[in-house]
Design a protein around this ligand. Sequence first.
Ligand code: KIV
Ligand code: ZN
Length: 549
Amino acid sequence: MSQGKKTKTEPDSNKGEDKAKKSRGPDTVCFFDTTLRDGEQAAGVNLNADEKLQIARQLARMGMDVIEAGFPASSPGDFNCVQTIAREVKESTICGLARTREGDIRAAAQALAPAENARIHVFIASSPIHMEYKLKMTPAEVLEQARAGVLLARSFTPEVEFSAEDASRSDPEFLVKLFKTALEAGATVLNIPDTVGYALPQEFERFCADVIKAVGAPENVIYSVHAHNDLGLATANSLAAVKAGVRQVEGTINGMGERGGNSAIEEVVMAIKTRKDFFNLRTNLDTRRLYPVSRLISRLSGVVVPPNKAVVGANAFAHEAGIHQHGVLAKRETYEIMKAEDVGSTPAVMVLGKHSGRHAFRDRLEYLGYNLSEEDSTKAFELFKKLCDEKKEATDGDIEAIISDEILSVKPEYRYEFKSYSMRVGGGTTTCSVVLELNGVEKEDSASGHGPVEAAYAAVKRIILLHPSLVDFKIVATSERSNALGEAKVVLSQDSVRAQGRGASTDIVKASIRAYVNAVNRLYATAAARKITLTTVDPGPAKKAAEAE
Ligand code: KIV
Ligand code: ZN
């Protein structure tokens, strides 16, 4: 375990020069990102097409080997996202998920058609409990489905991944038979998922090693691991599988995913890099992009990264205890095993202020992963300057907040714009008046509630005449400073349409209203895309008359 005896670390960075065909030698661990598919299954997460494309671009920029962009047969929205990403993102292999059903595989093939390098990911469950209760199939039927599915997928793409869902709870003998069947049908990647996060690292290492040995490892076929984090062991299990010979690790950034989440890519890659003395393996990832990509995904998904999260948490490189600070100042390695720069987190403490110029601001946007048009970047710079008038300095969090709030919101045809609010408090209730603008016309209404946010939301509802339920509401500070922006996140649902919105301001009521209005705009946009008409509330005769004037 000696850290002193480290092997010289090869730069893992590919500096964005490689195209999708990256090194796949036996000493390379490839990464397969499923943030946009498995990650998006996390409760309350709903990314729209633009957001998914932004994320895919940044994953590709980081050197991600494979991006699982979605499950095309699951919905027209998913189909379109996979197709768009396949068309726009050329630096990574783009993958679409499919059950072994013919319709799923054809949908995946069609969505992936524009990709330069495409992979169809076919899966079927292999554990006794899944076969009996979920699939209601015999093992023989599962073998036949797998064979037919992989065969069909191979008629569309040269790369086909086969996953045996719930592999870790499967009978190893049956799993070997299933993998051999998939291999004969043409699978090029064999994935061993620990679907329910049940495995334990030592046991899983043996399990994977035994399966690989029994199935065999023909040239150009790679084994993969896909671990879930129900027992907090996803990273450990992924690394155990790597030790057993697996050369593709599947996971998500920030470990996002349903239940306890998926394996966190940033943790696995940094373990391989930091403990090169143990693994002696390399990756194609530019780890300096981990932190900005983590921030972007957290912001777009609304899933907050805990401060103590390994590698990308706000405190991952912070030393509070005096004795630690003293040690780090004397020699960094006394308490730090990784460099903050290696995960791209150092510049986050860099603060832009009143005197920062357009150039520095643009560099910062670029670093944070934004690729804005000339017009948007000028608008962003003006907003940044305005913010600096209010609070002197702007952190990364502040910049990201104003951009997602003011620049990357939805198309104008659905756009209510928040103009102002005023508040009156008395007699145990708060009354709030809100002014919104729609297509150049200002609309004002007021309502009462137990607190300022409740009153403001009631007033907004009276203007928009919708009746959405508030599914989630959060407000967080963009930094630890007392003058931080408050960033609100709201999730609304109406008529089976769900949308989230964000809003930022130094005034938290303003931030909350902005987030609500942003969610309303997205509700309209999503409903229109799904051809759903949102039901409206009758405004009542008094309001009708007032509006008519
Ligand atoms: O967890 C799982 O088993 C999956 C498969 C589709 C690979 O997500
Ligand atoms: Zn999964």
